[in-house]
Design a binder for this molecule. Sequence first.
Ligand code: PGA
Length: 253
Amino acid sequence: MIKPLVAGNWKMNGLKAASSELTQLIQNCPDTESPESPDIMICPPATLVAGFAELAASSPVIIGAQDCHIHEKGAHTGDISAEMFADAGARAIIVGHSERRADHGESNELVKTKALAAHRSGLAAIVCIGETEDQRNAGKTLAVVEEQLTGSLPDEISDETVIVAYEPVWAIGTGRTPTVEDVAEVHGVLREQLINRFGAETGNAIRLLYGGSVKPENARELMSIANVDGALVGGASLKAGDLLGIVSAYSPG
Ligand code: PGA
């Protein structure tokens, strides 16, 4: 059985005052030790990673980061390395988010190198893939996500070092989600591909998150789909109450 993960991607949101949301999350999050309850992660903007990691240090909440440079250090003004995030207390890095792919032209090859940078520094990579609306309408969803998965994952991975997030681009921040059948189809194909490439043991153990307009209201339905091992949450992760609502999709009842 895979331990689920509910990860919040704060994107370019959050000033120091937003630490009150993290405090609320820490105070109210369920015991994450039991196998059914999900791990809980917050990936704040880079400016908040160190402070959040300190605040969450003796709590079950894991702190992650968003994007990194491929190199450890050097003349790259404005960039942040995976080693720096590790030093700041992050345990994972989101790479290949569709906003990076669209805004910064990131290719699968670059995303793969960033995943390797995360591994080099001892961090897990949350590798994002997903089709655009045009690609879905053209019937290319499976071909697109398969190509992205193949190209974005390094060869040497384990279920500890890689988490995959399927995020249809048209579902991000729009309030729209694919049908249960569509999510099941994509996640089933991704699982198969992971098993074919990395073997049954690793392929079956890698967490496959769904992301794109996950909210407390739809979390139970989305999280109960086969091969959905948690959520990558944008907008609804900014408020502790909403994120806890999504986490509670895993509690019985
Ligand atoms: P959303 O974003 O939950 O606001 O749709 C998800 C994401 O981009 O990770």
